[in-house]
Write a protein that binds this ligand. Structure first.
Ligand SMILES: O=C(CO)COP(=O)(O)O
Ligand SMILES: O=C[C@H](O)COP(=O)(O)O
Ligand SMILES: [Zn+2]
Ligand SMILES: [Zn+2]
Length: 358
């Protein structure tokens, strides 16, 4: 049985989203989630997914959403981030089905100070739900990992109650992802905070389960956003196995992987680390930095190879009067950036085991 016999192509939400995540869990693969900031990066992710025969997740960060709407737009009270994330979601909805693949539409880290952004997206979900019987997005992330655990859980539960009637999934974070996110610098946080404890996972699981099963946990196992020279923070994906065992014991279930885990900071991780994480119940891995670099490399390589054609509107090595329009047309050079990103996206499907599952 392939995925497309379980869920349809296009944006999947609610029951179909649950089916897709369970399918990934049963078949021991994870779905990559790419941070997108434009129609160009969305298209690159969708094109690669179609060609790799894989489901895919598209996510907008707070800054990525604002960028989608335009850097010239004022982001006072999160207006640009709300408008851009909603516009991005509507764009994905408009094209996803044409690519013939299931797409999960998600929003990334939302810290406490960014809750107005979350509220704005939820309002758009509710409006969409009234018209179509499903939310605009498939899922959203709340990242209250900087707050005390009790408060983190309390705020998540409050939002889960608003999301559950729409069958909108919540991703939450416990423990801290190192590196940088949304301009918050986590490069010097206490090492222990970078590794979540099993008891914390159970506290979350227990409270959330009272409301819905549509939630995922981004537990910290030494994850870092960005790519850095190897340092003292080491990735320990095997810790996720301990969390699964602990929750399994508490539940007394036969299911050896009751928790859906999310892997943040996918860039720069080794194939082996990714494999171990998937083995212990990761069903989603975020990738941003590596696709950013791949997009840039596509453009850089194009510029380097066509440099002599890109200096003036007229005149290149083929003649002083030759026009260069077909080199400086953004559809040409941005396409080269997309090709760079597409290559890196393919690598993610392969490493996560989601290629050829449709
Ligand atoms: O976790 C991420 C987005 O939430 C992506 O992390 P990287 O930029 O390290 O791939
Ligand atoms: O949090 C991590 C993501 O990579 C988002 O990054 P960003 O805030 O630069 O868009
Ligand atoms: Zn975080
Ligand atoms: Zn992240």
């Amino acid at each position: 049985m392939s995925i497309l016999s379980v869920v349809p192509a296009g944006v999947v939400t609610g029951d179909n989203l649950r089916k897709l995540l369970n399918y990934a869990k049963e078949h021991k693969f994870a779905i990559p989630s790419f941070n997108c900031t434009s129609t160009s990066t969305v298209n690159a992710a969708l094109e690669a997914a179609r060609d790799a025969k894989s489901p895919v997740m598209i996510q907008f960060s707070n800054g990525g959403g604002a960028y989608f709407a335009g850097k010239g737009l004022d982001n006072k009270d999160q207006t640009a981030s709300i408008i851009g994330s909603v516009a991005g979601a509507q764009y994905v909805r408009a094209v996803a089905k044409a690519y013939g693949i299931p797409v999960i539409l998600h929003s990334d880290h939302c810290a406490k100070k960014l809750l107005p952004w979350f509220d704005g997206m939820l309002a758009a979900d509710e409006a969409y739900f009234k018209l179509h019987g499903e939310p605009l997005f498939s899922s959203h992330m709340l990242d209250l990992s900087e707050e005390p655990k009790e408060e983190n859980i309390e705020i998540c539960v409050k939002y889960l109650k608003r999301m559950a009637p729409m069958k909108l999934l919540l991703e939450m974070e416990i423990g801290i992802t190192g590196g940088e996110e949304d301009g918050v610098n986590n490069e010097d946080v206490d090492n222990a905070a970078l590794y979540t404890q099993p008891e914390d996972i159970w506290d979350i699981y227990r409270e959330f389960s009272k409301i819905t099963d549509l939630f995922t946990i981004a537990a910290a196992f030494g994850n870092v956003h960005g790519v850095y020279k190897p340092g003292n923070v080491k990735l320990h994906p095997e810790l996720l196995g301990k969390h699964q065992e602990f929750v399994k014991g508490k539940l007394g279930t036969a299911d050896s992987k009751p928790v859906f885990f999310v892997f943040h900071g996918g860039s720069g991780s080794t194939a082996e680390e990714i494999k171990t994480a998937v083995e212990f119940g990761v069903i989603k891995m975020n990738i941003d930095t590596d696709t950013q670099f791949a997009y840039w490399m596509g453009l850089r390589d194009f510029y380097e190879s066509k440099k002599a054609y890109l200096q003036s509107q007229i005149g290149n090595p083929e003649g002083a009067d030759k026009p260069n329009k077909k080199y400086y047309d953004p559809r040409v050079f941005i396409r080269e950036a997309e090709k760079g990103m597409i290559k890196r996206v393919h690598q993610a499907f392969k490493e996560l085991g989601s290629a050829n599952t449709l």
